[in-house]
Design a protein around this ligand. Structure first.
Ligand code: ZN
Length: 141
């Protein structure tokens, strides 16, 4: 049997509005129901668990239309099913940090810290900053 092990994912609208405690309301903002142009479309898909079994969800937002989010979600599901990284626009730094999170639980703390420092140095050296790394070269056709 070839079970579909992959989450179908979800598409929803969300915005950046914050509630009275400063927390983002996300999909719960009341203006979303009132105004169809408020916020943007977003997706969420469960990706393989970490080595220690924690669930992980990949989220992307900022899509203009439902179908744009749907197309991106379909592509992610296809990539996951093929054993590839779900998001072809993922940066190298994001990939490495995610990998570190996956293997982290079986590393000694000192090793984990050293790997993290390598990634930071790499990101700064190659892309000038840790927050704005360049895109991964994708062979995606
Ligand atoms: Zn809102």
């Amino acid at each position: 049997m070839n079970h579909n092990r992959h989450s179908p994912g979800r598409i929803y609208r969300r915005c950046g509005c914050r509630g009275k405690h400063g927390k983002q309301l996300g999909p719960r903002c009341p203006r979303l129901a009132a105004d169809p142009r408020h916020g943007s479309w977003a997706l969420a898909i469960d990706v393989p668990r970490t080595i220690d079994g924690r669930r992980r969800t990949l989220r992307r937002s900022g899509f203009t239309t439902h179908s744009e989010a749907e197309t991106a979600l379909a592509k992610m599901r296809q990539n996951l099913a093929a054993g590839l990284r779900p998001d072809p626009t993922e940066t190298v730094a994001a990939y490495l940090l995610d990998w570190l999170q996956t293997v982290g639980p079986r590393l000694r703390p000192a090793t984990l810290a050293r790997y993290r420092a390598y990634i930071d140095t790499l990101a700064r050296t190659l892309w000038g900053s840790r927050t704005r790394p360049g895109p991964v070269n994708s062979s995606d056709g």
